[in-house]
Write a protein that binds this ligand. Sequence first.
Ligand code: ASP
Length: 334
Amino acid sequence: MKSVVIAGTIRADEALLVGMKMLLEGKTAIDAVEETIKLVEDNEDDWTVGTGGLPNLLGEVELDASIMDGKTLRAGAVAGIKRYKNPISIARKVMEETPHVLLVGEGADQFADVMGFERAELVTESGRDIHKDFLEGKGIVKKGYDTEESFKTKERYYKSFQRMVKDAKLMKWYKQYTESNHGTVNILAIDVNGDICCGVSTSGLSFKFPGRAGDSPIIGAGNFADNRYGAAACVGVGELVIRLSMARIAVYELSKGATVEEAAVNAIESIRDLAPDKGSVSIMVMDKEGNIAAACNWKNYYFWLATTENPTPKKIECIFVDLEQEILAEGYHR
Ligand code: ASP
């Protein structure tokens, strides 16, 4: 029987015990990852994932999740789930039962409504007018399809949004606030067959715009797994991670011979490319042998690792990459 490995982010320690037990019993990496993440999603004290996750600008919780099977490179993801508590399981169903990779929720529709788009196949002239009125701050035209309640919701969102875009100070505060209140669970595992799975779940940035999806449901950004090389998953400001295709690049670096430490540090170093934009990001990278490292651009962060030899999750420090200092990583990819 081959050694098994499971690793997870900061609040996954207890759940990892369950995932580890499953792997030792010979269950697949996909089953272990899903079950471990479900437990984290159900923990109401974790305000960054699943039930109890911090809400969006309208006070609604919108959950994002993804799962990737390193054996087949199949993947499933959901964004903006509002009424179901285990988005990771829904993401797995997307992977296994549909021909699609990503399904998104009603948040995207609300945002589109507020932006003046009609619920129609084609953009009409009146749709264009509404959009123009919105951009000019003339307010929302109540449409035939609105109920009293949906109209009130729209109005609330519209007012917050208008205040935000008109007030640079408020927008700056909002950006800082949302970007400093968030978190994600990442679980990476290798099962007895050497198959790799990576799962990610989050409620995203707190008080995000309705319909905003981060990196977690974007395969290649917040999540990537490939049996031939390894896997990677991210925590942090998703916008930065998406722009850098971070998880995919880290696994690509493994394929070119980088160690897990190099791939993780290089991923964090690449945030420099986005200057002046910056924000906190962490990445966990695992190779196909089960070596794991994580890097991040803030201090005192860690992850949990359990293996066949040490099945009780052990705390491992993340490599701190100080982006305020000059480039330290030799393998920096640019
Ligand atoms: N990456 C998540 C997002 O942007 C948030 C986080 O990991 O803190 O939605």
